[in-house]
Ligand binder design. Structure first.
Ligand code: BJW
Length: 238
């Protein structure tokens, strides 16, 4: 382990952690953009992760999310998720955990107050503003489920391209980035904004944990080439 970075962790009063899909890779959740194994190695994201795609092919997009829900429900938080949750338990109030992941694994590991920028794959919301007749608990079974009075469809409560991030969650993440003296950027390619911008506006030192180069490496004070489940337990052990 890099002694300089260990020193930064020990000295930091406020640590922000920004995680991406690589955080959950060792739990068995595929990333998006890894060339061979990524979810988008065979799919065009514009065909799946936009409102336009859902309106054009609701069953196809719904079924893709249903497949991912089933897969994620079967995996467990890894040693990296657990190291962050344990650190938060030992150092209440010292760390803010910001994630782009929709898989809920940080929350299942026990991390408190997770700022989930891109939503939660296990929750649904109405595609169009709900009317009085739209009752999610009584939605007609379908792929996707729908309101049998007005035809409104349920969709996963995740943030697609072109959609705004949850306002308060993003504001809290921006505050944490501006206030931190250390930001750990774990398992993200750093290509999706505004999440990636948090690393560029971090007030403190920026440390990247990733086995491969990322778009944020130029913003880093240190880059640790390794995986989340290997490096986080060593880094967060104190
Ligand atoms: C490991 C590892 C191991 C492997 N350990 N590491 C500024 C500039 C340019 C464009 C824009 C901009 N601002 C906004 C945009 C547009 C757009 C955008 O960013 N486009 C770019 C792609 C060009 N952004 C948006 O549209 C956002 N909305 C927005 O800006 O709204 C504005 C608005 C305001 C007001 C009103 C209306 C609109 C929304 C972005 C939503 C992103 N959604 C997705 C899908 C979520 C749902 C789902 O899960 O299906 O979020 S896209 C996808 O990418 C997902 C991820 O959270 C996100 C980031 O991916 P991530 O996590 O980085 O994964 P990968 O696969 O890219 O990388 C994995 C990494 O892990 C790799 O580096 C590996 O090496 C590494 N790794 N194993 C550690 N074991």
């Amino acid at each position: 382990m890099n002694d300089q970075v260990l020193g930064w962790v020990r000295a930091a009063k406020r640590i922000a952690v920004l995680t991406g899909a690589g955080m959950s890779a060792e739990s068995g959740v595929p990333t998006f953009r890894d060339a061979q194994t990524g979810l988008w190695a065979q799919f065009d994201p514009a065909q799946l992760a936009t409102e336009e795609a859902f309106r054009a092919r609701p069953s196809m997009v719904w079924d893709w999310y249903a497949f991912r829900r089933e897969m994620i429900a079967q995996v467990e938080p890894n040693a990296g998720h657990k190291a962050l949750a344990d650190f938060a338990r030992r150092h209440p109030g010292r760390m803010t955990l910001i994630t782009q992941n929709v898989d809920g694994l940080h929350q299942r590991a026990g991390s408190p107050g997770v700022l989930a920028l891109h939503g939660n794959i296990f929750e649904d919301k109405w595609l169009d503003p709900p009317k009085a007749c739209c009752n999610a608990a009584a939605a007609a079974a379908g792929s996707p489920p729908y309101c049998d009075r007005c035809g409104n469809m349920l969709r996963p409560d995740v943030v697609w391209f072109g959609e705004a991030l949850p306002l308060r969650t993003l504001a809290a993440a921006e505050d944490a980035a501006r206030a931190c003296d250390l930001m750990l950027v774990v398992g993200t390619s750093g290509v999706v904004y505004p999440a990636a911008g948090l690393a560029r506006t971090a007030a403190g030192k920026v440390v990247i944990i990733n086995p491969h180069p990322t778009d944020l490496d130029d913003a880093a004070d240190a880059v640790l080439r390794g995986t989340a489940a290997q490096l986080l337990p060593q880094l967060m052990e104190d």
